[in-house]
Design a protein around this ligand. Structure first.
Ligand code: CP
Length: 362
């Protein structure tokens, strides 16, 4: 494979292989210290980041390589109106591999088409965040010993939480998984994620709004931040922002081996007192990000000449993407492209952002 845009481009064998390499890196880092000598990672962050950007930087440096890039759109020529495609086309000439974060959903897919080097999606809007998912999977594997037979509670913003969408997509491939989706009505999991990964009895799941009720059965509790930057109304954000605050009291009825995860940053959805609980895994989770990203960089540089996983779309007359966060709304001369997601019901999805574009039943 050449790029990583969506976690599902990795097979279960690929994921298990990456976890194995990451665990070997943790055990014997000196073996990898010069594995990327002479190679350059471009980090194009059009949106703020601490963990993802710095763990990618640390990963490449730990492999003996170098890093260049920018940490905000305003310090790049995107602020002068340069397109994603042109930016990536240029940075391909300066680097061997690129990690990119962008607020527009589908931007990394557009980048992958324009680049001549591998592209890694480091988060696109509320869509996907596959390297966070690899970090999460490594953490679950190290804490639980397996990725099967787990009840996973996902709590908070399940609507815009891209880490949640990618984690559901990845974990839906394993056996004995049950999801408990804990959110306010306004922040429930989007239909396209439910339809693609959980629908029609594919995976056991329930949707509730009460965290304490769910707590006793959970093996994993994955907390998320209510993200102010995804709301169009500040009042709506204020109303929902404290929907869930995990405190030590609420953990009294939890399993003794519960694993509490959070992609971070947290604002106040986990009390700092919980940090002292041995079940709090989120800082260790963030630390694991460096090792799995090292494994991913090695894999993509090794496989850069292999054919890419095809993501094919077609033009459909009269159909346009209605998602205001989709890259197809802002990128120059980008044709609207769709894939038929459900032939029986005539459902199409935008090939860039995956949002439903049309249903004959509408
Ligand atoms: N988890 C995560 O993506 O953190 P950053 O936004 O700090 O990169």
């Amino acid at each position: 494979m050449r790029n990583l845009i969506d976690i599902l481009e990795l097979s279960t064998e690929d994921i298990n292989g990456l976890i194995e390499v990451a665990e070997d890196i943790i055990a014997t880092p000196e073996k990898y210290a010069e594995a990327c000598k002479g190679k350059i990672l471009g980090t194009l962050f059009f949106e703020p980041s601490t963990r993802t950007r710095l763990s990618f930087t640390s990963a490449m440096m730990s492999l003996g390589g170098n890093v260049l890039g920018f940490s905000e759109a305003t310090s790049s020529s995107a602020s002068k109106g340069e397109s994603v495609a042109d930016t990536v086309h240029m940075v391909s000439a300066y680097s061997d591999i690129i990690a990119m974060r962008h607020p527009k959903e589908g931007a990394p897919f557009v980048a992958a088409k324009a680049a001549t080097v591998p592209i890694i999606n480091a988060g696109d809007g509320g869509h996907f965040h596959p390297t966070q998912t690899l970090t999460d999977l490594l953490t679950i594997k190290r804490k639980k010993g397996s990725l099967n037979n787990l009840t996973i509670g996902l709590c908070g913003d399940l609507k815009f939480g891209r880490t949640v969408h990618s984690l559901i997509a990845a974990m839906s491939r394993y056996s004995g998984i049950k999801f408990v989706l804990i959110s306010p009505e306004e922040l429930k999991l989007p239909g396209y994620v439910k339809y693609e990964f959980l629908g029609d009895g594919k995976i056991a799941y329930e949707e509730i709004d009460d965290l304490e009720k769910a707590m006793p059965e959970l093996d994993i509790l994955y907390m998320t931040r209510i993200q102010q930057e995804r709301f169009s109304s500040y009042d709506e954000y204020l109303r929902l922002k404290d929907s869930y605050i995990l405190t030590t009291d609420k953990l009294e009825c939890a399993k003794p081996d519960l694993c509490i995860m959070h992609p971070l940053p947290r604002v106040n959805e986990i009390s700092v007192k919980v940090d002292e609980d041995p079940r709090a895994c989120y800082f260790e989770q963030a630390a694991n990000g460096r090792f799995i990203r090292m494994a991913l960089i090695l894999k993509l540089l090794k496989e850069r000449d292999l054919p890419d996983v095809p993501r094919v779309g077609m033009s459909v007359e009269g159909l346009s993407c209605e998602n205001p966060r989709c890259i197809c709304r802002t990128e120059q001369e980008l044709p609207p492209l769709f894939r038929c997601a459900d032939e029986t019901h005539g459902v199409y999805r935008c090939v860039y952002c995956d949002q439903k574009a049309y249903s004959k039943k509408k």
